[in-house]
Design a protein around this ligand. Sequence first.
Ligand code: FES
Length: 180
Amino acid sequence: MNNNEKNQTQSEAAVSSLITRRQFLARLSIVAGGLTAALVGAPIVGFLFSPLLKKEPEVWQPLGKVDDFKIGETTHVTFSDPSPLPWAGVAADTAAWLRRTGDQEFTAFTINCSHLGCPVRWLPQAKLFMCPCHGGVYNNDGSVAAGPPPTGLARYPLRIQNGQVEIRTTPLPIEGQIIG
Ligand code: FES
């Protein structure tokens, strides 16, 4: 083998080595890209699908003693959201309208309008719930009186335990039920 042939063989080996290095780097960048996508994407996918996977806890929470509420009155009550978002802060508390309709009979209405979810207010003189957003009006039994709400106010299940009125927190909308 003369010098020319030797040089040619060495340069072919160098090119072959370069291609192998390029292929290796290309594969390495694909693997690195895939790992980065998995690292970035996994939390996002988890966040998007977590509401589907996580079942909302149903918890009975006390609202007060039976005698704290007068028959015929509707009272604003607050309780803790059983599954608050980590950053919820004061929004981890939620509210309802509690109406005592008899000696051992109560109804708890959701505070959110069935139209677009604005909080409704109770007007005791008019005996109506009013929604400030688009003028929705509800009767004192939660049925729609006027305006855009498509349905009445949703109700929470209630029970009386050891003289305490308890509310069962569930995802809304919910079917109401009075237990007493
Ligand atoms: S949100 Fe209550 S009427 Fe629209």
